[in-house]
Design a protein around this ligand. Structure first.
Ligand code: CMP
Length: 140
């Protein structure tokens, strides 16, 4: 399997509870390397642009309010099959369905406040990484 990069976001519910280190430990234990990382506070417009694909969904406004409510940590994870591996480590979107030991099982509060985001495919990973990072900031 090829080495990939994926975009990860540690969401406001997790940064608020000081869980960044515990979440990063799960990524690293799963063989994912953090090759870029920064803590930022998104505006609602920036969150809205990132989640534009969901703009017709009923939860879009709530999602953008939440993602701009407090700081997030945006990061690029690198590893063998990193996109799928990260999704395994995160667990199901709804924590009620997440497997034991996953980030969402251990930390998420609800389907909306679900602690982490991860890219779902190579094409979206490329777009999402470029939204937050320049090439110079990716240090493998
Ligand atoms: P994420 O992987 O960041 O991608 C889109 C987000 O929308 C998703 O995680 C959830 O946090 C959020 N989401 C999905 N379904 C709902 C819902 N029914 N209500 C609120 N937020 C949702």
């Amino acid at each position: 399997m090829a080495t990939e990069r994926t975009l990860s976001i540690i969401k406001p519910d997790a940064t608020r509870r000081n869980l960044t280190g515990q979440i990063n430990a799960k990524f690293e234990a799963a063989g994912l390397r953090i090759v870029a990382q920064k803590r930022i506070h998104l505006t609602k417009a920036q969150a809205g642009k990132f989640y534009e694909v969901h703009k017709e969904r009923p939860f879009y406004d709530e999602l953008c309010d939440f993602m701009s409510s407090e700081p997030v940590v945006v990061q690029v994870l690198e590893g063998e099959g990193a996109i799928a591996r990260n999704r395994e480590v995160m667990g199901a979107t709804n924590p009620a369905n997440a497997a034991d030991g996953t980030i969402r099982k251990d930390f998420a509060l609800s389907v909306g406040e679900n602690s982490v985001h991860g890219s779902d495919a190579p094409e979206t990973a490329a777009v999402e990484i470029a939204y937050f990072f320049s090439g110079l900031e990716l240090v493998g």
